[in-house]
Design a protein. Structure first.
Length: 150
C-alpha cells in the first residue's frame, strides 16, 4: 500500500477529483430544477446582480463556468487561471451564509442546515485548490533562512 501511495501524484489526483465534482455539479445546472443547488444559486446570483441578470441566464452561465472549470482541471489546462477562478467561485458560495442566514443555519451560529453544510464544506475544496496551485520554480527554491533577492 505504501508503495502505491508513493507513486501517486497526489496533486493530480486532487485536481481530477475536484474536476469531476465541478463537471458533475455543473452539468446538473443545465437541466432546470435538477440540481439541488438550483434555487439557492439563482437566489444568490439575483442578489449579487441586483436582479439585472435573468435567473434562466444566470444558472446557464454558472453551469458553463462550473463545467469549464471542471474540464480544465481534468485536462490540466491553464491551472493557475482556472484555480484562481475556482477559488473566487467558491468564496462567492459563502454569500448565503452571510446574507441569507435563515437558509444556512437552523440555529445560528453553529447549527448548520443541510444547505449550510453544503456551503461550509467548500473550505476543504478551497484548501485543496491552494495545494494544487502551480508555484513557479523560483518560488519553490526560496530558502527561509536567506533574504529574498530580486
Amino acid at each position: 500500500m505504501t508503495r502505491i501511495l508513493l507513486n501517486i501524484n497526489r496533486g493530480r489526483l486532487l485536481a481530477i477529483s475536484i474536476g469531476i465534482i465541478y463537471v458533475w455539479f455543473g452539468l446538473l445546472k443545465f437541466f432546470p430544477e435538477l440540481s439541488p443547488a438550483d434555487g439557492l444559486a439563482k437566489h444568490t446570483i439575483t442578489f449579487l446582480t441586483f436582479g439585472l441578470l435573468p435567473e434562466s441566464i444566470s444558472i446557464l452561465l454558472l453551469a458553463i463556468i462550473e463545467v469549464g472549470i471542471g474540464l480544465c482541471l481534468l485536462l490540466n489546462f491553464q491551472l493557475k487561471t482556472v484555480i484562481s477562478i475556482a477559488i473566487i467561485h467558491l468564496i462567492l458560495t459563502f454569500i448565503p451564509v452571510l446574507f441569507f442566514p435563515e437558509v444556512s443555519f437552523a440555529k445560528a451560529p453553529f447549527v448548520l442546515t443541510l444547505v449550510g453544510q453544503y456551503i461550509v464544506k467548500n473550505i476543504v475544496i478551497i484548501s485543496a485548490l491552494f495545494f494544487i496551485y502551480p508555484i513557479d520554480d523560483c518560488a519553490k527554491n526560496i530558502s527561509l533562512n536567506k533574504p529574498l533577492k530580486l
